[in-house]
Design a protein around this ligand. Structure first.
Ligand SMILES: NCc1[nH]cc(CCC(=O)O)c1CC(=O)O
Length: 338
């Protein structure tokens, strides 16, 4: 299912940040230039996906491109009753968008990198990675200010295996219950009283203007983020060289290097959302420090952790750091899927 979205349908008063200051008001900059490619963005229709697509739309418009959105529903949006890891994982949110790129109905797809499989299918490429939002996880609860305040045995909602094992490591007494759906659906279920607290990515809440729902953010020491969390990636068909130039100004080099290292850990471990895996990079000058954690929900294996650091200037160096940290994880007892 796909349809071209009208501007009026997308008006989202909750997300003023979707329009960078000055971008839409400067008529000279937003008048499409006939010499630049016009661009159709394929997007899911959750509020977060729309925010992200509109964000890219406004950045490209500010550079003189005519940009339209093509809204579509993916399998991942339809299957809401089962844990994603059981029904096919990350690819579920991207496949339909790739078909639109393949058929030329759209030119680019904007993704939360966290949801993008480590290896893109043949014929597709990541044209750029954009500046990262807050990569941390957020504690959201109407009744409690932090994880420490939760009473013994409290019910916490998350369907992420990573969050599940990391929460269990912090508080073995908690009862972790599945929680699916887009950000708004998850908040509604929390409001309905099914959970004492839930854990969500801070980035999604901030993008949707829902900062005030965040009671506490977990430090990476407490809850190591997922590879790519908080970063957006733009996917194109590999043969669309005409678009690479248009998208290059949207790239954020530091973020790209960081998430390349993080994603290399996932790739080396055969990571999918059926494997609890965290990978998070932080900079100290030109040195990238990369930490990773692996766990096994069923076997209740204690968490395996590894870390490494190296000066990183190229994507190859970032990738090598990720592979080295993955190798350490395996030495320490982590079992990859490959
Ligand atoms: N799996 C769903 C998903 N994909 C990306 C985000 C948040 C935004 C981001 O990480 O960029 C979320 C929601 C969440 O994990 O709370």
């Amino acid at each position: 299912m796909a349809r071209l979205l009208q501007r009026s349908m997308l008006a989202s008063p909750r997300c003023p940040a979707a329009v960078p200051a000055g971008a839409e008001t400067d008529a000279a900059m937003t008048t499409p230039s006939p010499s630049l490619p016009s661009i159709v963005i394929a997007t899911r229709e959750s509020q977060l996906a729309l925010w992200q697509a509109e964000h890219v739309q406004s950045l490209l418009r500010a550079r003189g491109h005519a940009v339209a959105l093509l809204g579509m529903t993916t399998r991942g949006d339809q299957i809401l009753d089962r844990t994603l890891s059981k029904v096919g994982g990350k690819g579920l949110f991207v496949k339909e968008l790739e078909v639109a790129l393949e058929e030329g109905r759209a030119d680019i797809a904007v993704h939360s990198l966290k949801d993008v499989p480590m290896e893109l299918p043949q014929g597709f490429a990541l044209a750029c990675v954009m500046e990262r939002e807050d990569p941390r996880d957020a504690f959201v609860s109407p009744g409690y200010a932090s994880l420490d305040e939760l009473p013994h045995g409290a019910v916490v909602g998350t369907s992420s295996l990573r969050r599940q094992v990391l929460l269990q490591a912090l508080r073995p007494d908690l009862q972790i219950e599945p929680l699916r759906g887009n950000v708004q659906t998850r908040l509604r279920k929390l409001n309905e009283g099914q959970y004492a607290a839930i854990v969500l990515a801070a980035a999604g809440l901030k993008r949707l203007g829902l900062h005030e729902r965040i009671r506490a953010v977990f430090t990476p020491e407490q809850m190591l983020p997922a590879a790519g969390q908080g970063a957006l990636g733009i996917e194109i068909r590999g043969d669309r060289h005409d678009l690479r130039e248009a998208l290059a100004p949207l790239a954020h080099e530091r973020t790209w290097l960081t998430v390349t290292a993080e994603r290399a850990v996932s790739r080396a471990m055969g990571g999918s959302c059926s494997m609890p895996l965290a990978a998070h990079g932080q900079w100290d000058g030109d040195t990238l420090s990369l930490r990773a954690a692996w766990g096994d929900v069923a076997a209740r294996v204690p968490l395996v952790r590894a870390e490494g650091a190296a000066p990183v200037h190229t994507l190859e160096q970032a990738d090598a750091l990720g592979l080295a940290v993955a190798a350490q994880l395996r030495t320490a007892g982590a079992v990859g899927a490959l």
